[in-house]
Design a binder for this molecule. Structure first.
Ligand SMILES: Cc1cc2nc3c(=O)[nH]c(=O)nc-3n(C[C@H](O)[C@H](O)[C@H](O)COP(=O)(O)OP(=O)(O)OC[C@H]3O[C@@H](n4cnc5c(N)ncnc54)[C@H](O)[C@@H]3O)c2cc1C
Length: 402
């Protein structure tokens, strides 16, 4: 079937965030969801393990079942989903240019949602030296090989990283009969929060803290890695390296667009309704920041879908949005970037991360007066939140380290 020239809402990305928002909008608008992959469902489609779906369907599901359930729910509510369609350009209007096997096409809409998720940082971007043998994979590539192609690319790999997605890598390995020989973490402690942090111990995967991979060695395939840890250099025999984490939003579309990008998150600048700097564009899910769970991305899609619906009905508040100023060099990023005080905000709390392990006092000031504060002891890649202010004014988030 050919693509339409005009709809009410174009959603770019058929992952949990895009599908949730589309489902929320379907009874009020003609919604078209576009995805460049051959099937809809986003990252969970590649994650053949538990636990997905508790928030959304009140049951424990594997990723592919969860993805299928989200797609079925969206289609049942009247959403049209087109796959193998790559969005290549965003224009004011709003209007998007897409490519598919039928060539280039332009689609006009009243609103556009960006829900394009994240991508992983490669080995080269992580500056790991050594030879370039086969068997070095990112988690997404490993999941594609294991769950979609039924392959076993190695038998005893090391996993670089200990954030939430690193545990997704352990689960994927165990599913395929692969036994990871170690997790390598450059920081002094595991990045993921409890209870995920005890998972390597439960599965008997040793964790090497304060350790880096200096070199990967091997000819055709990985044979060993050279580690640099608290006791100097050591060699670990292995036949693969899984490079996990250090995600960046899949925001290539922003590069040549008129939308402002936040260099800290890598995603678009948004207000507390998920509106970009052109208010006919919205963003939701991991496109906004690296990286949250499927359940979180889905809930955010629902909330931003509701805000877009209010936008179509002319009920979204307009006016001056106050940009948030960050004080304290350990604060890596904050969302939303700008706030218009209102009861029905889609992003109901500030969400932020730190760039290094910190302890101290975090406070929110509105027009110079403190509105909220909390003590934190946090690490990079852990979620920290603060309430949104009930009144407008210049905003500052201040971190005083102990
Ligand atoms: C390797 C990996 C493993 C993960 N494992 C887990 C896990 O086990 N559990 C968990 O809860 N979370 C996991 N996550 C986090 C995951 O990102 C979220 O679970 C969730 O998928 C985010 O939903 P989303 O809708 O924001 O994005 P995604 O699910 O990433 O969906 C984005 C969609 O946008 C499409 N897209 C991107 N650009 C374009 C374009 N230009 N044109 C058209 N389509 C486009 C993509 O094809 C994709 O389908 C993992 C993430 C990664 C990267």
């Amino acid at each position: 079937m050919s693509l339409p020239d005009e709809v009410d809402v174009v959603v770019i990305g058929a992952g949990p965030a895009g599908l949730a928002a589309a489902t929320m909008l379907a009874s009020a608008a003609r919604v078209l969801v576009l995805d460049r992959e051959s099937a809809a469902g986003g990252i969970p489609r590649h994650c053949g393990h538990f636990p997905f779906g508790l928030r959304e369907f009140r049951r424990l599901m594997r990723g592919p079942d969860y993805a299928r359930a989200l797609v079925a729910r969206a289609e049942a509510s009247g959403v049209r989903i087109e796959t193998a369609v790559n969005v290549v350009r965003l224009h004011p209007g709003p209007r998007v240019t897409v490519t598919s096997d039928k060539g280039l096409h332009e689609i006009r809409a009243r609103l556009v949602l960006l829900a394009t998720g994240v991508r992983e940082t490669s080995r080269a971007q992580r500056l790991i030296g050594g030879e370039k043998p086969g068997g070095v994979l990112a988690t997404g590539a490993l999941q594609g090989l294991v769950y979609l192609e039924g392959r076993r690319p190695f038998r005893r790999p090391v996993i670089l990283g200990t954030e939430l997605v690193s545990f997704s890598a352990i689960m994927t390995c165990l599913h395929a009969g692969i036994r990871p020989v170690a997790m390598i973490e450059p920081n002094r402690s595991i990045t993921a929060r409890w209870p995920a942090s005890i998972y390597p111990w439960l599965k008997r995967v040793p964790v090497h803290l304060s350790t880096r991979i200096r070199r990967i060695e091997g000819h055709e395939h990985v044979e060993r890695v050279v580690l640099e840890g608290p006791r100097g250099e050591s060699i670990l025999d292995t036949d693969g390296v899984i490079v996990t984490g250090r995600f960046r939003p899949e925001a290539t579309l922003l590069d040549a667009s008129h939308l402002e990008r936040d260099p800290a998150t890598g995603g678009p600048v948004v207000d507390n309704f998920g509106r970009c700097t052109d208010p006919s564009y919205f963003a939701a899910g991991n496109m906004l920041r690296p990286v949250e769970t499927a359940g979180w991305s889905w809930a955010e899609g629902v909330a931003i879908g509701k805000a877009m619906r209010a936008g179509l009905e002319g009920k979204l508040p307009d006016g001056e949005r106050h940009r948030v100023r960050l004080v304290g060099d350990a604060i890596d990023w904050v969302l939303p970037h700008a706030v218009l005080a209102h009861d029905g905000a889609a992003l109901g709390r500030f969400q932020m991360r730190v760039s290094r392990p910190v302890s101290g006092r975090l406070s929110l000031r509105v027009a110079g007066s403190e509105y909220a504060s909390r003590r934190i002891s946090s690490r990079p890649e852990r979620r920290i939140t603060l309430p949104l202010p009930p009144r407008d004014g210049p905003l500052e988030i201040v971190l005083e380290e102990r």
